[in-house]
Design a protein around this ligand. Structure first.
Ligand SMILES: Nc1nc2c(ncn2[C@@H]2O[C@H](COP(=O)(O)OP(=O)(O)OP(=O)(O)O)[C@@H](O)[C@H]2O)c(=O)[nH]1
Ligand SMILES: [Mg+2]
Length: 329
């Protein structure tokens, strides 16, 4: 490659980055009513989106803005949940269709403590049914599955690792593999059926050269046509360790993320996947913002205490024996 060619390529990459730099980036969070979409955004961004304990709550798409460097931002759209009623769903489906086309990433939220995906898959099919092959490919490639409320999974305990007045939640030794198994289950039943429609990309930071025909490269990007399973990602990384970061980012594009808004669990991982998935330059623009966000998973001791639910009552003596909220943490 001569000097002129190299300059041409550099100019092209610069143009792509500049074009993407000025493009507004957006993410939609969708899913059934009550799965915890608004709560998750509140946990991520400290917003006060309305949250409902009993009835469907979000009725209109609500924007939440995440600021990056130099004034860049990603707009997260909190969407109304489907499953409220047949009439409401028809309207929401139209909203979803528009938003899905416009957004760069679609977070599809599912309640972790459930096994049924028929209703959600039905909605996804209705969104995709009128789409031609290219549109279908583009839409499926945007999907990231998020399991919400993992704090409700059994068996307990969750561990609160405390330092001074704050700490972090982590699943106990029996629960951690169950959470992984849950993620695998949902990947199998929700994402794997769409394997042939997946087309994801990441930035190229290592001079990637395609190991097989499913990979493509464009200046600055690596594209993977297909669905990269965890197993395949490991095999590829073993065979081509110099490209392991690219494989792992491509794998992240189709991985299921497990979160809890209440325990502020999985939040950094979720944002990392969103930013990687968005585009080549978003990673640079938002890397620092995410770096600073390690603390968003911190929970204050007073919040842990007020979330405490166990009270032991001695019925013979008619008095309280134990109240978690009284425990000195
Ligand atoms: N245990 C637990 N409960 C949660 C969590 N996130 C949300 N909830 C509860 O789930 C219920 C519904 O939460 P929302 O955030 O309003 O759910 P939504 O998906 O936005 O609902 P719609 O706006 O109707 O679509 C509320 O009672 C929340 O307190 C979580 O991480 N853990
Ligand atoms: Mg809501």
């Amino acid at each position: 490659m001569d000097r002129i060619d190299r300059m041409r390529i550099r100019d092209r990459v610069k143009k792509i980055v500049e074009a993407e730099d000025s493009r507004p980036l957006s993410v939609a969070i969708v899913g059934q009513t009550g799965v915890g979409k608004s709560s998750l955004l509140n946990a991520l961004f400290g917003t006060e989106l309305e949250v409902g304990d009993i009835t469907p709550t979000t009725k209109e798409p609500e924007p939440v803005r995440m600021k990056g460097e130099r004034g860049h931002e990603i707009v997260f759209w909190d969407m109304p949940g489907f499953g409220e009623s047949a009439t409401a769903d028809r309207g929401y489906l139209e909203l979803y269709r528009t938003r899905l086309t416009e957004c760069d990433v679609v977070l599809w939220a599912l309640h972790a403590d459930s096994r049924s995906v028929t209703y959600d898959l039905n909605v996804l099919e209705r969104l995709l049914d009128s789409a031609g092959d290219e549109t279908r490919r583009a839409l499926v490639g945007k999907l990231t599955l998020v399991l919400t409320k993992v704090d409700m999974l059994a068996p307990p305990p969750w561990i609160f690792a405390k330092d001074r007045k704050t700490g972090f939640f982590a699943p106990g030794p029996e629960l951690a593999p169950r959470i992984t198994a849950k993620a695998d289950y949902f990947e199998e039943v929700f994402l794997a059926p769409y394997a042939e429609w997946f087309r994801t990309r990441t930035y190229d930071d290592c001079g990637f050269s395609p190991p097989d025909g499913r990979f493509e490269t464009t200046p600055g990007h690596v594209i993977f046509n297909g669905y990269l399973t965890g197993e395949e990602c490991e095999t590829l990384s073993r065979e081509h360790p110099e490209f392991s970061k690219v494989f792992s980012r491509l794998r992240d594009n189709c991985r299921v993320i497990c979160c809890s808004a209440n325990f502020r669990y999985g939040l950094v991982e979720l944002l990392g996947v969103v930013v990687n998935k968005i585009d080549l330059s978003a990673s640079g623009r938002f890397r620092n913002a995410i770096g600073d966000m390690g603390d968003i998973q911190r929970v204050s001791v007073s919040d842990v205490r007020s979330a405490g639910t166990i009270v032991v009552w001695d019925t013979r003596r008619d008095r309280k024996v134990f109240d978690f909220r009284d425990v000195g943490l």
